[in-house]
Design a protein around this ligand. Structure first.
Ligand code: PLP
Length: 372
């Protein structure tokens, strides 16, 4: 039996941009010759070194994983914390799930209305009142953000910092250092710019290399080395995914340039609209999607519906706010995240796909109808 998937949309929100099999078939032959398919094999190590060279700092390690979600859980275990973990309300549900999967308890905190990241005053208050030993900081839409202030707040309370920058691989890295217990986690899911299918990468201080690998490999390495974490799960990247990753890395500069050029086309046309809010720097991210904040929830609804009529899928991120997720502990009411969730629309990004011009045309026609 064959299962056929057909999207109801002529133009999907995200078109996965993976390298063609011909770009990594030689690497698949190499894997077969090696007879080594997982457990931090030679291609995985090569990819980690390549990512470190392209996007890392000399004082960091890069550890690959099977997804950003497993990477976030592994970082929490490697940070050697338990109990409450703070997480912003304006994020993808994966941030929440990763905390639960690590055996810890998420506590949801509201975000700042301007930057869309966790509110630093609330972060301070929540660390004081909950005694949380870790905070997950989320970079919405993979947009580079300077975390200096938030990291200082966490440091003051002795809390580990896990940065969920899932969509940001290949964008500029924030200028903060990579002190102990600061982890930055990226996704290589098919829908992210650095697409390999499923995969992730964690950048952290060199000291965290072994604990991260231990957490991703059932805790075995920590048992052998006699320091924690003493438990873990299977979150390793396979050699097959690393082969796709190496091919992706070889062409990724060009892909990011195309995506950023598409954003500049949005920016040029958006400049004639007032009362829309969106990021202004085309180089701030590799752009999985381009967020725009509509003036009202009704306009957001109308925009999505009008685009859908023309066959274009517009997704709403991040909705619902985690404060509306069932059986979730919130630190305080999350009015900002709930408002953002109802008004944010994520515009599609194209690299060199044939429908690039048409998608742009539909977006602005739908925008004009919605704002009329
Ligand atoms: C995509 C995404 C994730 C999940 O990444 P996976 O690799 O699919 O696990 C987590 N957080 C955010 C903010 C994301 O955008």
């Amino acid at each position: 039996m064959t299962i056929k998937f057909k999207s109801p949309y002529r133009h999907r929100s995200v078109v996965p941009g993976l390298p063609a099999p011909s770009e990594y078939s030689a690497l698949l032959d190499e894997i077969t010759a090696n007879g080594w398919y997982s457990n931090f094999g030679p291609l995985v190590r090569r990819l980690e070194l390549g990512l470190l060279g392209a996007f890392g700092r000399p004082t960091e390690c890069c550890v690959s994983c099977s997804s950003a979600t497993t990477g976030l859980s592994a970082a929490l275990l490697a940070a050697d914390v338990t109990g409450a973990v703070l997480v912003p309300a304006f994020t993808f549900a994966a941030s929440l799930g990763a905390i639960r999967a690590a055996g810890m308890t998420p506590v949801v905190v509201d975000v700042d209305p301007e930057s869309w990241v966790i509110d630093n005053d609330l972060l301070h208050q929540a660390l004081t009142e909950t005694g949380a030993r870790a905070a997950m900081l989320v970079a919405p839409f993979g947009i580079a953000y300077d975390w200096t202030k938030e990291i200082a707040t966490c440091r003051e309370h002795g809390a580990a910092v896990i940065i969920d920058n899932a969509a940001g691989l290949g964008g500029p890295r924030a200028p903060h250092g990579n002190g102990e217990n600061i982890f930055e986690v990226f996704s290589m899911h098919a829908t992210k710019p650095f697409a390999i299918g499923e995969g992730g990468a964690i950048f952290a201080s060199l000291k965290s290399d072994m604990p991260l690998r231990a957490a991703l490999n059932f805790g075995l390495a920590s048992y052998q080395n006699a320091h924690g974490p003493f438990w873990g799960f299977n979150g390793k990247m396979s050699e097959l995914h690393a082969a796709v990753g190496l091919a992706q890395l070889a062409r990724f500069d060009r892909i990011v340039r195309h995506r950023q050029a598409y954003v500049r086309r949005y920016l040029a046309r958006l400049a004639t609209y007032s009362n829309l809010r969106y990021p202004l720097d085309s180089k701030a991210a590799p752009w999985q999607l381009f967020p725009i904040l509509m003036p009202t929830p009704q306009i957001a609804e109308r925009f999505v519906a009008t685009a859908a009529n023309e066959g274009l899928e517009i997704r709403r991120y991040y909705r619902p706010s985690l404060s509306d997720w069932p059986s979730t502990r919130i630190f305080s009411p999350c009015r900002v995240a709930e408002d953002l969730a109802e008004r944010m629309c994520a515009l599609p990004i194209r690299s060199a796909e044939p429908d690039a011009d048409l998608v742009m045309k539909i977006v602005f026609e739908a925008l004009d109808v919605a704002l009329d």
